[in-house]
Design a protein around this ligand. Structure first.
Ligand SMILES: [Mg+2]
Length: 260
């Protein structure tokens, strides 16, 4: 069940809350030394430099955008398709069984939600799903990404459910699209964190050793868990703290001071 205002990845991480360990924040003080051997930052997106994402609460009217782009299903039908697709994917997202074969939004709508939908409506529904999944990138985070890119190679390891086009457009509009030397979007290949594979994919693109990399993310389970499985050091941002993290910071802005 979807809880309004509660982030899907937060729900997935709830069980890790008991592992939080505030004392590790002290390590952050020595940041510059700890990070001096790192040359590439592998960034998570949601909760790390994008915020306000995953707007699938019970009061969302998906049909507004869907009709704006020419969708022909009724308001009720369009809303029902998006809600069913979200619910189907939300159930599977934490399930290890789908870690390397997470379903696409299109396949979900086409095969699990309604097999009788007209073909031309499916792409509009997928587009609508993406519109509600995407968040925004605050200008101070855009600035910090530019600043970090002067010292480090930047890469993104991103879990999204819809196809990446809207995110690539936003990266371009925000003028950060050229900052990333490597990327992994889970909807391209179906591999979701905490699998180590998306991290390994990005390291291969960068042609870099794991020792030179630093994962930065806000999820204990997905970012720290995936980074640890791939043998890469991880820094947590946001409210998460964990003894296995190399450091824990309020946000990427605070961390950037120690990375410099
Ligand atoms: Mg995140």
């Amino acid at each position: 069940m979807t809880v309004p205002g509660v982030h899907k990845r937060m729900l997935s991480d709830c069980f890790s809350a008991a592992l939080h360990f505030p004392a590790v924040r002290a390590l952050a003080v020595k940041g510059n030394l700890v990070y001096s051997n790192k040359s590439a930052l592998l960034l998570d997106m949601n909760g790390t430099f994008m915020f306000g994402e995953d707007n699938f609460g019970i009061y969302e009217d998906f049909s507004k955008y869907y009709h704006k782009i020419g969708g022909r299903l009724s308001k009720e039908d369009a809303n029902s398709v998006i809600r069913s697709a979200y619910s189907y994917l939300d159930k599977r997202y934490p399930d290890e069984k789908y870690r390397h074969s997470f379903p696409t939004v299109e396949d979900t709508i086409r095969n699990a939600v309604d097999k009788s939908l007209p073909e031309e409506e499916i792409s509009k529904l997928v587009d609508t799903f993406a519109q509600h999944e995407i968040g925004n990138i605050p200008s101070e985070y855009i600035d910090v990404l530019h600043r970090l890119s002067k010292k480090y190679q930047l890469a993104v390891v991103i879990d999204i459910w819809a196809p990446k086009e809207q995110w690539l457009n936003l990266f371009e509009e925000s003028d950060i699209n050229k900052l990333f030397s490597a990327s992994s979007f889970s909807s391209d290949h179906g591999m979701v964190k905490p699998s180590p594979k998306p991290f390994e994919l990005v390291m291969k693109q960068l042609n870099i050793s794991r020792e030179r990399c630093l994962v930065i993310g806000d999820s204990i389970r997905r970012d720290l868990g995936g980074a640890s499985a791939a043998g890469i050091d991880c820094i947590l941002v946001g409210n998460a703290t964990h003894i296995n993290a190399l450091g824990c910071y309020k946000n990427l802005l605070e961390l950037s001071n120690d990375l410099y």
